[in-house]
Design a protein around this ligand. Structure first.
Ligand code: ZN
Length: 532
């Protein structure tokens, strides 16, 4: 792979770079939009600069981010999956890839160490190899406080048709503002919240059907239904800005306010909220990111600006499995691309005006999913002892989205180890769902170097599923099959065309691989262009 720096670029000192990580735009979907759109915004104007991008083999969120930022494969940076087992002094502990520092430096840490000023917005981790950074202003996706809840308000009196009294019957809900609350429905589409049984002396809040209303403490509620004997109010948890240094976060708190946080895909899948409500959450999260970009990018002269742009990842996880059969979802995909067209246009204009090179990459594509597998239930059913607490456990699988590391008990005899490996390989090879093979590839430890997963924390076996399937524990006692929370996911093998992402830049990228982008950025940031 090679990224060529075009000779016709004007020679400038101190090249500055904006890199947008718009995770999850797949190459086929990008092409679909380009064919259909009449807009002459960002994408059409940059059509010749849009390249197909090869992701790492198992591009689950955090492994993809670590590879993109360090320019190394998981073998080197050590983030071998969404979840895996960390081996220290013969002790095995389950870790999330998000919690682990990378074993190699990221491009933005190299910039920091060389005194370059970095702005990092919307990131999913605030660390790379190191935990603290001197020249970096960083804002992550935020901190969630509390849980979302659906408040069920029961009717307690009805004197006439225009004034019906309701009471919050949910004792678990500990928000002071909503305790002892009396709710009056004055019209079919209007609610009045009061706390003293007398709303002639004023009231706490008003709400209209289907619209968000704000409660104190940055809580947002939405009146969902129209049923006559109860009222359902969806209340989102609080979110706070999170990042460093303190002054930077403080200025975001003061100038922009708290974020609304990430979308509640779980509530959508379990039909507690509808697609409209979920989309409102998705776009309000995005709105915060774009506001932060507009407000912070001007304040300091940054050498490197990084934006994690979450839209397509949210849309993919929420809806992709429904796209084929739903006109409404197809329209939402078009809308999402139009939104990106506008936002990237804004970012491009800023880049041009302020002399930045612009790079937009999606890291990976997206595949629809429909069925989950509880790996340890599956192994148990295939007579593998997965009871980690028993002395003679044989193997344990770590469900990590589209793949799973499987660890074999080191205390087994060599013969039993081989038997267990074979037993698991056979079970997975023949696993079918409605006549379709479920497993894409099974790798033994010694073959993991072929896909950049050769690391001491990797499993003795690594199972990569076919698109459509995902490893997730389920509470169904009868079967290892289940319904996943998400409708789309990423990290499937490179055999599937929808696994591929995009790279957009005036900097040409031939045979483009996500691992090589960091080198391009470093080259722009650290080469002294003034001498030639
Ligand atoms: Zn994702």
């Amino acid at each position: 792979m090679a990224i060529f720096v075009s000779c016709t670029q004007p020679k400038k000192e101190n090249r500055k770079v904006i890199v947008v990580h718009a995770r999850g735009i797949s190459y086929p979907e990008m092409q679909e939009y380009l064919t259909a759109t009449k807009s002459d915004l960002f994408f059409k104007r940059n059509e010749k600069n849009i390249t197909k991008l090869t992701p790492i083999t198992n591009a689950v969120t955090i492994s993809n981010i670590a590879s993109f930022e360090t320019g190394e494969s998981p073998s080197e940076h050590g983030i071998v999956g969404h979840l895996y087992v960390k081996k220290e002094n013969e002790k095995l502990s389950l870790v999330s890839g998000f919690s682990q520092p990378f074993e190699t430096e990221t491009f933005w840490e190299k910039a920091d160490l060389k005194g370059k000023k970095v702005l990092n917005i919307g990131s999913l981790t605030l660390h790379g190899k190191y935990i603290t950074h001197k020249n970096v202003d960083a804002l992550s996706q935020g901190t969630q406080i509390g849980k979302p809840i659906i408040l069920e308000l029961k009717q307690i009196s009805s004197n006439d048709n225009s004034l019906v009294k309701y009471r919050n019957s949910n004792d678990e809900f500990k928000i002071p503002e909503l305790q002892n609350l009396v709710v009056y429905k004055t019209k079919d589409s209007q609610l009045i919240f009061d706390n003293d049984y007398n709303f002639d002396n004023g009231f706490v809040k008003e709400a209209t059907l289907g619209n968000w209303f704000e409660l104190d403490n940055n809580l947002k509620g939405k009146w969902l239904n129209k049923s006559s004997d109860s009222i359902q109010i969806y209340v989102r948890p609080q979110y706070k800005n999170k990042g460093y240094p303190k002054e930077f976060i403080q200025s975001i708190n003061e100038n922009i306010g708290n974020p609304t946080g990430w979308p509640n895909i779980g509530y959508y899948t379990s039909k507690k909220i509808d697609s409209k409500t979920l989309l409102e959450e998705i776009y309000s999260e995005l709105n915060h990111i774009m506001k932060v970009f507009t407000s912070t990018s001007q304040k300091k002269e940054y050498d490197l600006i990084m934006i994690d742009y979450p839209l397509m990842d949210r849309i993919g996880h929420s809806f992709l499995g429904l796209k084929k059969s739903s006109k409404e979802i197809q329209l939402e995909y078009k809308n999402a691309f139009s939104q990106m067209d506008k936002d990237f246009n804004t970012i491009e204009a800023f880049a041009k005006k302020n002399n930045y090179d612009l790079i937009i990459t999606s890291g990976h594509g997206f595949s629809p999913i429909h069925t989950s597998i509880d790996i340890n239930k599956f192994l148990t059913k295939n007579s593998v002892n997965t009871n980690f607490n028993s002395k003679d456990w044989e193997a344990i699988g770590i469900p990590a989205k589209v793949s799973s590391h499987i660890y074999i008990n080191d205390n087994l005899s060599i013969e039993n180890k081989q038997k267990t490996l074979k037993k698991i390989e056979d079970a997975f090879s023949y696993l079918k769902y409605k006549d379709e093979l479920v497993v894409d590839e099974i790798y033994r430890r010694e073959d993991l170097n072929k896909i950049g997963l050769d690391h001491k924390n990797s499993g003795d076996l690594f199972v990569l599923l076919n698109p459509g399937y995902l490893f997730e524990n389920n509470s169904n006692e009868k079967t290892f099959w289940g319904v996943p929370k998400f409708r789309g996911d990423h990290g499937y093998s490179l055999k599937h065309k929808e696994s591929y992402g995009i790279f957009i830049s005036k900097i040409k990228c031939h045979d483009c691989h996500s691992i090589d982008i960091s080198k391009t950025i470093e080259k722009r940031l650290f080469t002294d262009y003034s001498s030639n």
